[in-house]
Design a protein around this ligand. Structure first.
Ligand code: 5BU
Length: 248
């Protein structure tokens, strides 16, 4: 983030591999992180991963497969390491729902730790009326801070350091990555809620803005120059908000 002056994570949820790679190559210079849902690609084949990995090196970004693991330890180990996607082989960061309890973290860690991977726990969500609130969020923070060797942060809508202090972990602070960010809209009509980079970073104290359709539009008739310009705009708005918060 510091090296690229970017706290932007671009979420690339398009269904054609060629669009996927074009968008990532266009936004790569502006993003610290690229977030994928690899299972939405209609025409996935292993070469997509080779291309993604090359772009990660070319543009100096990390890869975050937004897999949202949520099963027993044994199953998540298999889902993380095996199958068509072999996520642990190429994704630097992935995430999990805390709902199964700490065994979801230890299961994933058994695969990810030897490979130097990191995990985010979903402490809060951006959707209207979601259930990740109150005691659930607090337990997520406890679960994360009990596993500092593997858990590097949260997907959340707010800073979690207050809860950490309440739980007896004063001074322990992890990254907050926040989806539901858009400059031109407050929602998508399908439950998603958007806030601006200023609201998310300066006001709610989050660290990384996750932006999907705000950058690539509806995914139809991609205009790569426009996608690049949007990524540049989110990078500068996000970084300005981050600098403003640090100066507070
Ligand atoms: P959008 O196009 O900026 O709305 O995409 C947001 C992305 O973040 C999308 O890939 C979601 O799966 C992801 N997301 C989210 O929107 N809200 C959440 O609470 C979580 C993930 Br967790």
């Amino acid at each position: 983030m510091e090296r690229k002056k970017s706290n932007l994570c671009v979420s690339v949820d398009v269904t054609k591999s060629s669009d996927f790679i074009s968008v990532i190559d266009a936004v790569g210079p502006y993003a610290a992180l690229i977030k994928t849902h690899i299972d939405v690609l209609d025409d996935f084949e292993p070469s997509v991963i080779d291309n993604l990995t090359s772009l990660s090196k070319k543009h100096d970004f990390l890869i975050f497969e937004d897999r949202k693991f949520a099963d027993i330890g044994n199953t998540v180990e298999l889902q993380y390491s095996s199958g068509i996607y072999k996520i642990a082989n190429w994704s630097h960061i992935t995430n999990a729902h805390p709902v199964p309890g700490p065994s979801v973290v230890t299961g994933l860690a058994s695969v990810g730790l030897p490979l130097g991977r990191g995990l985010l726990l979903l402490a809060e969500m951006s959707t209207k009326d979601n259930l990740a609130v109150g005691e659930y969020t607090k337990s997520s923070v406890r679960m994360a801070l009990d596993h500092p060797e593997f858990v590097i942060g949260f997907i959340a809508q707010n800073r979690m350091d207050g809860l950490a202090t309440e739980l007896g972990y004063a001074g322990k602070d992890l990254l907050i990555l926040t989806p539901g960010v858009g400059l031109n809209s407050r929602g998508d009509g399908k439950g998603q809620k958007y806030r601006t980079p200023k609201e998310v970073v300066e006001e709610a104290g989050c660290d990384v803005i996750i932006v999907g359709r705000g950058v690539y539009g509806d995914g139809k008739n991609l205009d790569v120059a426009d996608v690049r310009a949007k990524a540049k705009r989110y990078q500068s708005e996000g970084w300005l908000a981050y600098k403003n918060r640090l100066a507070l």
